[in-house]
Write a protein that binds this ligand. Structure first.
Ligand SMILES: Nc1nc2c(c(=O)[nH]1)N[C@H]1C(S)=C(S)[C@@H](COP(=O)(O)O)O[C@H]1N2
Ligand SMILES: [Mo]
Length: 484
């Protein structure tokens, strides 16, 4: 067990130099994220939310240490089982690094050193223990543990030293040439329990596969547009930043958002029009899919027809709510396409845009059983149903969304009673959410309230329950409340 810890620590240290995700521990974690079946990942995000990554790393630690103890026990007599165990982990680490799309071959050095350290430390400790007995080798155990701790900590320190926050701070103010309009005061019903219309950057939901948030400095960033284009172009950060910037208010939503869920937020995104960038490269006839790739190997496939659609407002965003993009939301640049779920459109830390066909390439979530097309489904959510206004009356409030179509009406019903129309907030645009509230009659006691939205195409949200896989949840949200 001690040798395993030493091995991982050594690997962590080397990884600080060759690419932090080459740390065997992180690499195995990342491989687990990429390999686990969709349902398990779904379970992880819905159970642990954004803490899923911490849970994964802790879980791995527990499992590895438990296995190490077992291996140690059966190695009492002969060193072979222990060595096999370390060897197996070493191979796992090397494989995990090998298959990472964002690491070069030098990165293999990290798990290799890790494997070597593990085997060597194990042999030394094992020999010590058999020759001098357990008590005699206590000192070398201690030295190893402390040494591993120091190595691991240095690795962690160096690995996270390539921080992009300095680069982000140096960006300075991003002033849009075309600012989005001010949000009217009656755009939300926060006083009745809805979220505020604009989500603060710190409260904005976060979903991605990155165990370690990619640290990309503006000076190291570039965006390449290639594939089925007339002329390949590469933009630097300055190229993008010095263009006239636009600002658009857009509600982003995750396909993994369950009915009544939290994975939806709204921001003022600042950036450049994506269709204009693509026009400069000249999209060729026959290009169907805009395949975007991030610095950490994530990819998304967006229909070219949607991105190029007049009035769609797809963006390459570099700012959010007046600031450069927060690092965990994709600094220096990301895509945002109104009306599409994030997994098919909103690539963070984006560095590569390839114009291609649907047959030629499959994006990250497509390979894992999710749908190629990801239009956001018309949905609604109840945020509060407790404020008894006067005896016999209760106030309910919530949100509804139908990005790029717009919300027409939201209705609620108490128990199995008639549907009643709610009061809608001011419409900011059709790409963002709308808030609603209603005052309902409810006799003293326990009741349910159900919500459903109708969008501007005339479609009323279906009652039919669908799981988030493969293309987003459906169903009406019902909650229980008690009237006083
Ligand atoms: N590089 C990268 N970009 C990504 C993802 C990812 O895993 N990696 N996840 C996507 C998904 S599924 C969603 S819903 C949005 C979430 O964006 P946010 O974290 O800024 O809310 O980012 C998208 N962009
Ligand atoms: Mo998502």
């Amino acid at each position: 067990m001690v040798s395993l810890v030493a091995a991982l620590a050594a690997g962590h240290l080397v990884a600080a130099f060759v690419g932090f995700n080459a740390s065997p521990y992180l690499a195995v974690g990342n491989a687990a994220i990429d390999l686990v079946p969709a349902w398990l990942k779904e379970f992880a995000t819905s159970t642990f939310g954004t803490a899923d990554k911490t849970v994964l790393l802790l879980g791995m630690a527990v499992v590895m240490l438990a296995l190490a103890v077992v291996a140690g026990l059966i190695s009492r007599e002969r060193p072979l089982p222990g060595q096999l165990f370390i060897g197996a982990f070493g191979v796992l680490g090397i494989a995990a690094v090998w298959f990472r799309p964002d690491l070069g071959q030098a990165a293999l050095f990290a798990p290799a050193v890790s494997l070597l350290t593990g085997v060597t430390v194990f042999r030394i400790l094992h020999r010590g223990a058999t020759e001098r007995g357990l008590s005699g080798s206590r000192r070398s155990f201690l030295i190893t543990v402390v040494g591993a701790g120091v190595l691991g900590a240095i690795g962690q320190g160096l690995g996270t030293r390539k921080d992009a926050s300095g680069s982000r701070a140096a960006v300075g103010p991003l002033v849009p040439a075309q600012p989005a309009p001010e949000v009217p005061v009656d755009a939300d019903f926060a006083r009745f329990g809805t979220p505020s219309f604009i989500t603060a950057n710190n409260d904005f939901y976060r979903i991605d596969t990155a165990l370690v948030v990619p640290q990309v400095r503006t000076e190291d960033w570039s965006l390449r547009i290639h594939g089925m284009v007339d002329k390949e172009i590469t933009f630097s950060y300055e190229d993008i930043r010095s263009r006239p910037l636009v600002e658009r208010i857009i509600t982003l939503c995750c396909v993994s958002n369950p009915v009544g869920g939290e994975y939806i937020s709204t921001a003022r995104f600042i950036g450049v029009d994506l269709a204009e960038l693509l026009d400069e490269a000249g999209v060729r006839q026959g290009a169907e899919q805009l395949f975007s790739t991030s610095s950490d190997g994530f990819s998304a496939g967006t229909p070219v027809s949607t991105v190029m659609e007049k009035g769609r407002g797809a963006m390459l965003a570099i700012g959010m709510n007046g600031e450069p993009l927060p690092i965990e939301h994709g600094f220096p640049a990301r895509l945002v396409v109104p009306g599409l779920y994030g997994y098919v459109s909103a690539t963070k830390w984006v560095t590569d845009l390839e114009l291609t066909t649907w047959d030629a390439k499959q994006a990250y979530w497509l390979q894992r059983g999710w749908s190629a097309q990801g239009p956001i489904k018309t949905e609604s959510r109840i945020d509060s149903a407790n404020g008894t206004v006067v005896p016999g009356k209760v106030r309910v409030a919530g949100i509804a969304w139908a990005q790029h179509t717009g919300i027409e009406k939201v209705e609620v019903r108490v128990d199995q009673g008639p549907w009643q129309e709610t009061l809608l907030s001011a419409e900011v645009n059709t790409d963002s959410w709308r808030m609603w509230w209603a005052q309902l009659d409810a006799a003293k006691g326990s009741h349910t309230v159900t919500v459903r939205a109708t969008d501007k195409s005339g479609y009323t949200q279906t009652e039919e329950i669908a799981d988030v896989v493969p293309d987003g949840a459906t169903g009406w949200q019902t909650i229980t409340f008690s009237a006083a």
